[in-house]
Design a protein around this ligand. Structure first.
Ligand code: ZN
Length: 234
């Protein structure tokens, strides 16, 4: 796969930043795509640029493989409304037990838009940081959903995409472990300083596990994973 090109769905969070390192180690060219959809905060989109720049500086072997970045506008997710990531409502639970941070259709749209871009850019591989192990139970992060998506995209676009999900069966502690295996302490430091996961966009408080409010579901997962990695796996 060393000479082939990959397109990474890149949010600037810990998971997709880890996947960026994973892809840079494997593919000859790695492009990134992000999505703007009326997020409450633009902290995530800023984190994307910081992570890309910091990775290029800290890992000269990877730098020449890092290709172009695009941010595609998917404002229709904001137009649809009704969830806490694109409106000002507080995070709570839906009647079916899913957190209302779940945005119906979001990942499906992301993959469709990413695949259309990948076809244009000659990228056969799609990489995404989705995970079904401890990721709030989002149905569009399930392995079955992704496999079905791969079939639908290949049929619908007459392509032979391969979707890679290196974090699918890892919990957050194992994601820290993977980052360390890929880039050692330098990559861990980069994740702590530059990647962003907090749903509330908090960048003022620095915890041992990075920046965030410390209490939203994304911060709680990240903090617990960090603690377990330090205690058991590091
Ligand atoms: Zn938070």
């Amino acid at each position: 796969m060393g000479s082939e090109a990959a397109l990474l769905l890149f949010s600037g969070g810990q998971d997709s930043a880890t996947c960026l390192a994973w892809a840079l180690q494997r593919f000859g060219r790695v492009e990134t795509v992000g999505f703007s959809y009326g997020q409450r905060h633009h902290v995530e989109l800023q984190a994307r640029q910081r992570v890309r720049t910091a990775l290029s500086e800290a890992f000269p072997d990877w730098a020449p493989r890092l290709g172009q970045d695009r941010v595609l506008n998917l404002d229709l997710l904001g137009d649809l409304g009704g969830n806490s990531l694109t409106s000002t409502a507080a995070i709570s639970e839906r009647p079916d037990g899913l957190p209302d941070t779940f945005v119906p259709g979001r990942n499906l749209l992301f993959f469709t838009a990413a695949a259309a871009l990948a076809a244009q850019r000659g990228c056969r591989h799609l990489v995404a940081g989705v995970c079904e192990t401890d990721y709030s139970g989002y149905p569009d992060c399930r392995d079955d959903t992704i496999k079905a998506m791969q079939v639908a995209l290949n049929l619908g676009m007459n392509e032979r995409f391969v979707i890679h999900t290196p974090l699918m069966w890892r919990d957050k502690a194992e994601t820290w472990q993977l980052a360390h295996a890929l880039g050692g302490d330098a990559l861990i430091d980069l994740m702590l300083e530059e990647s962003h996961s907090c749903y509330l966009g908090e960048r003022q408080q620095r915890h041992p596990w990075g920046y965030g409010c410390g209490t939203c579901p994304a911060c709680e997962l990240r903090a617990a994973g960090w603690q377990r990695w330090r205690d058991e796996l590091a």
